[in-house]
Design a protein. Structure first.
Length: 54
């Protein structure tokens, strides 16, 4: 499952660092195989409309 955090900042390196910390916490809580890296969509409006049903 791709994960993106496009609204969390403009510095991709900072957001990737944040993701690594969040990923470590998810793994510690039992998540299986979260992605190593974030997905960076090129077209944000289309990405935001592409929300899977929960």
């Amino acid at each position: 499952m791709p994960i993106s955090l496009p609204m969390c900042g403009i510095n991709r390196d900072d957001v990737e660092t944040f993701w690594q910390g969040l990923r470590a916490r998810l793994l510690a809580r039992g998540w299986v195989n979260p992605p190593q890296r974030l997905c960076w969509p090129a077209l944000l409006p289309a990405h935001w409309r592409d929300v899977p049903a929960l």
